[in-house]
Design a protein around this ligand. Structure first.
Ligand SMILES: NC(=O)c1ccc[n+]([C@@H]2O[C@H](COP(=O)([O-])OP(=O)(O)OC[C@H]3O[C@@H](n4cnc5c(N)ncnc54)[C@H](OP(=O)(O)O)[C@@H]3O)[C@@H](O)[C@H]2O)c1
Length: 133
C-alpha cells in the first residue's frame, strides 16, 4: 500500500461492511477461540453469515467461544450455525485430519466462502514444534 493510500485511509477510513453483507456465506476462522480470530468470528455473525466455523486445540476453549458466538447469534433474524473443529497446526496428523473433515463436510455443499487464518502465537523466543517446524 502506497504512502498516499495510507494517508487517505487514515483521514478518510473506509466504511465498515454493512449488516447482512455476509448473508448466506460460510466462513471458516482458523484460530477463532480468542483474540483477533474470535473478534472476526463475532463480526461474521453480526454481518449475517449463515455458518461460522472456528478451530481450536482444546474442547473447552472451543465450547466457550461457541457459547459466546451463539449468545450473539441468538438475537439475529437468521441465526447462523456455529461449528467448532479440532486443529493443532503443530501436529501434521491433526492438519491432515482437519483437511479431510473439511473436504467431507463442505466440498459437496458449495465449499466455504471465506477463510480467515488467524491461528498463531506471538513468541519472543524461537522454538520448534514436535514436527520440527
Ligand atoms: N493481536 C495483535 O495485535 C496482533 C498483531 C499482529 C499480528 N498478530 C498475530 O496474529 C495471530 C493471532 O493473534 P491473537 O492476538 O489473536 O492471538 P491469540 O489471542 O493468542 O489467539 C491465537 C489463536 O490461535 C490458535 N492457535 C494457537 N496455536 C495454535 C496451533 N498450534 N494450532 C492451531 N491453532 C492455534 C488459538 O486457538 P486454541 O488455543 O483454542 O487452540 C487461538 O484461537 C498471532 O500469530 C499473532 O502473532 C497479532
Amino acid at each position: 500500500m502506497g504512502l498516499f493510500t495510507n494517508l487517505q485511509l487514515k483521514w478518510f477510513p473506509q466504511p465498515l461492511a454493512k449488516l447482512g453483507s455476509f448473508r448466506g456465506q460460510k466462513v471458516l476462522v482458523v484460530g477463532g477461540t480468542t483474540g483477533l480470530g474470535l473478534a472476526s468470528a463475532v463480526h461474521f455473525v453480526d454481518l449475517g453469515a449463515s455458518e461460522v466455523i472456528i478451530t481450536t486445540r482444546s474442547t473447552s476453549r472451543g465450547e466457550a467461544a461457541k457459547t459466546k458466538l451463539e449468545s450473539i447469534a441468538r438475537g439475529k433474524e437468521e441465526c447462523p450455525c456455529i461449528h467448532v473443529m479440532e486443529l493443532d497446526m503443530d501436529r501434521f496428523e491433526s492438519v491432515v485430519a482437519f483437511v479431510e473433515q473439511l473436504k467431507r463436510q463442505y466440498s459437496d455443499d458449495g465449499g466455504l466462502d471465506y477463510i480467515i487464518l488467524s491461528a498463531g502465537i506471538h513468541n519472543a523466543s524461537f522454538g520448534l514444534s514436535p514436527e520440527g517446524w
